[in-house]
Design a protein around this ligand. Structure first.
Ligand SMILES: *[C@@H]1O[C@H](CO)[C@@H](O)[C@H](O)[C@H]1NC(C)=O
Ligand SMILES: *[C@@H]1O[C@H](CO)[C@@H](O)[C@H](O)[C@H]1NC(C)=O
Ligand SMILES: *[C@@H]1O[C@H](CO)[C@@H](O)[C@H](O)[C@H]1NC(C)=O
Length: 407
């Protein structure tokens, strides 16, 4: 009875509002975002791009540090495919994944932090071949993650001086932070380090790496970073170098299972951490990836993706091309070079070809949810979430509803 009386009192306008607010919240959001998109030019501007990591994304920082040739790629035949005039320090026959991502985001190539007079105003790349999450990994031979974070702090200061605090803060909070690191902690840092293996069970070691990686994410969040992208680890045991080292090649289908198991455990743990901190860190948005399965599929079924060889390195020596001699300036100078790197998944004994970098960049940019999620990178670069939410909260016609509680 009561409800019928109430119903009669509600005028059609209020009913409409009721429906809109409680049944069509997502539609309102879409409409508001749509209005913003068509009226504000800020939406079409891309975000700055800051990159942290190891040789998977190093654009040449290691050209400027004192290290061993194994951690460098500024000599032929690296970069041989003609995109650049010569070798740049990228561990690829050409570009690496973050170069493709920058171009999809309508940004110029992101410069290495150590390049003299690099322009930081649309981002900078701190990655260093051989680097780990843990400072113990290849200590003294690469720029570890904690040091990369210190360099970011320097960049933030210099941007604040150049742009003023408000504009620098906006750039920092709208920027995308891409992190690709961890492989070296498991290969050189653990499997190649008997002392570490004595001191830590694999699961404790993974927890330590993930604990430190989580702290790094938190540091960037506290400095204003909100949008993060992660390149998960590949099946490390199937890298040509680890296949070549595997004492049980025949029983394990060639791959060094202990390496792949560590990578899988790391990826699982990172996935869990990201799911939790999404709820704890307000405004945190991320794009994770499934590089493990994606790459495994290409190694096992190369011809489905336009490759002829999913196993052997194009540039290297010995079984699987797994000895890291590409370039011939290491202790063993002999190396083989394949005719067409585009036929290969692997460029050298640790690193994929440019073609793999490009295919995975596309998957991360706007690929299927089996490869990337919960956001893809295009969402992160071109959504100005902060502005849009503020606009909604401030929208006068919604002030009197409980709408803001829902956000
Ligand atoms: C990127 O730049 C191209 C060419 O300037 C333009 O057509 C395109 O709309 C831009 N993409 C985005 C998403 O802004
Ligand atoms: C970070 O790594 C260090 C070793 O470098 C370790 O002692 C520490 O416990 C780790 N931190 C976390 C939060 O796991
Ligand atoms: C290469 O040779 C140098 C100098 O002889 C030596 O110090 C280093 O340990 C060698 N590296 C490898 C990987 O064998």
């Amino acid at each position: 009875m009561r409800s019928i009386n109430l119903e009669a009192l509600i005028n059609p306008m209020a009913r409409l509002l009721f429906c809109l607010v409680f049944l069509n919240i997502s539609v309102i959001l879409l409409v508001l975002i749509g209005v913003k998109a068509s009226s504000g030019s800020s939406l079409e501007k891309s975000s700055a791009f800051f990159i942290f990591g190891d040789s998977t994304v190093d654009p040449g920082n290691n050209n400027y540090i004192h290290t061993i040739p194994e951690n460098q790629a500024n000599f032929k035949p690296y970069g041989q495919n003609g995109f650049f005039d010569g070798p740049t320090g990228r561990f690829s026959n050409g570009l690496v994944i973050v170069d493709f991502i920058a171009s999809y985001a309508n940004l110029s190539l992101i410069p290495p932090f150590l390049e003299p007079s690099a322009d930081y105003s649309y981002g900078v790349n701190f990655a260093s071949g051989g680097a780990g999450v843990l400072p113990e990994t290849h200590q003294g031979l690469a720029i570890d993650l904690p040091t990369q974070l210190k360099y970011f702090e320097e960049v933030k200061k210099s941007l604040t001086e150049k742009l003023g605090e408000a504009e620098a803060d906006e750039l920092i909070s709208e920027a995308v932070y891409f992190i690709s690191i961890g492989s070296n902690d498991y290969m050189g840092g653990y499997l190649g380090n008997p002392k570490m293996q004595e001191n830590y069970q694999p699961e404790d070691y993974v927890a330590m790496v993930i604990g430190n990686l989580t702290e790094a994410i938190q540091v960037l969040y506290e400095k204003g970073g909100r949008k993060f992208g992660f390149l998960s680890l590949s099946p490390l045991g199937c890298l040509p170098a680890l296949r070549a080292l595997n004492p049980n090649k025949d029983s394990e289908n060639g791959c060094f299972e202990a390496g792949s198991a560590l990578a899988a455990a790391h990826n699982n743990a990172l996935k869990g951490v990201l799911t939790s901190i999404e709820y704890i860190f307000e405004g945190f948005k991320y794009s994770n990836s499934n590089f493990y399965t994606w790459l495994e599929d290409r190694m096992n079924n190369p011809s489905n993706y336009g490759f002829k060889d999913g196993i052997n390195a194009c540039c290297g020596f010995g079984p699987y091309g797994g000895m890291l001699t590409c370039g011939g300036n290491k202790n063993i100078t002999e190396y083989n070079l394949c005719g067409n790197p585009d036929d290969h998944v692997w460029w050298d004994s640790f690193h994929p070809t440019e073609r793999i970098h490009e295919q995975f960049a596309k998957a991360l940019w706007d690929g299927p949810s089996s490869s990337v999620g919960p956001f893809n990178l295009r969402d992160l670069f071109f959504s100005k979430e902060k502005l849009t939410i503020a606009d909604i909260v401030d929208a006068p016609h919604l002030k009197d509803t409980s709408f803001s509680n829902i956000i």
